[in-house]
Design a protein around this ligand. Structure first.
Ligand SMILES: [Zn+2]
Length: 60
């Protein structure tokens, strides 16, 4: 029976960031106006502030 051991460099399995689903970035609606009250039809990619782009759920 052969067991394939994981590489040492392999990252430990971490839960995905709930905000970006592990992608590291989010898509937000572009808002315009002084109070940012009017949403446009445009979307823009933004760095996920929960995981800072790593895609991993913060541990603490
Ligand atoms: Zn995230």
């Amino acid at each position: 029976m052969t067991v394939v051991s994981p590489r040492r460099t392999a990252k430990p399995k971490l839960p995905k960031c709930p905000d970006c689903a592990g992608k590291g970035e989010i898509t937000e609606t572009v808002r315009v106006g002084a109070r940012k009250g009017r949403a446009t039809g445009d979307k823009q990619a933004a760095l996920c502030l929960t995981c800072w782009g790593t895609g991993d759920a913060p541990t603490d």
